[in-house]
Design a protein around this ligand. Sequence first.
Ligand code: RIB
Length: 302
Amino acid sequence: MSKNILVVGSINMDYVIHTARLPKLGETITGSNFAMNYGGKGANQAVAVAKQGCRTKMLGAVGTDLAGGLAVQNLESFGVDCSPVFHDEAPTGAAVITVCGGDNHIILDVGANACVTPARIAERRDLFEWADAVVLQYEIPVESVLAAAKLARECGCTVVLNPAPVKEVDPALYGNVDLIVPNEFEAALLTGIEVTDRASAARALRKLLDMGCKNALITMGKQGCAYIWQGEVGYEGIIPIKVVDTTAAGDSFIGGLCSKLCEGAAFPDAVHYATAVSTLTVSRPGASVSIPTCEEVAAFLS
Ligand code: RIB
């Protein structure tokens, strides 16, 4: 990979509240620290690669509402080129997030993200010709993810897929994927193999390759991650830190990983760097705002 990264995916506004426990159905409880944060898996991944110094373009859609304008401004403030973002008569994607004990629950209304159609992707072939790597997730229509992956493959890009939130997709998608990056829950849903430790992760990784993906990496929260890269299985542990908010942990990991692969780093080194990026991200509240810059990561690793 080299350094032009195109993210095709979601842009959301996150509405976040912290709570000591989750309410039962019909119950009202008191939370704290309410915040509106810039989020969306696609947008977070775009910010993560841009903060690591990559040239980054975002192909997505927001509403013509206040949230959409602000979300685009936020992306641009980190150097993400948003000129390919569509502005549609639909509400900007909204994620309602409860953070409980550092972990999160998310309910998403995709809103304008649904306007990223296969036809619109086909219209922007120029972006895929510009890109060295294309990063995809499932908060836009899955037909559009398939169209983007096929176009990326035709244009010679490296295709990185974060299959989140897990959806049923055309299995042809996987044959166009160079690296798939699910978390342990997503990997279990995709493969039917419960991922609880390194041995079960290795089985699930092999299944992901059998499905057609060239390489695979499973993030496993407190257990670090497991991967198969060019046929070699590897593992990486966590870097201990006080966890404040896990929102965007996976997104920042993917950004860190792609940026280092772009620089030509060896895969285990890229994974180590990505682990540092996501470690710093979970030590701070929020989504894109919590993702560290390359300078912050360098200071942390030294
Ligand atoms: O991965 C975290 C993101 O998922 C949040 O920012 C939220 O928008 C949801 O899409």
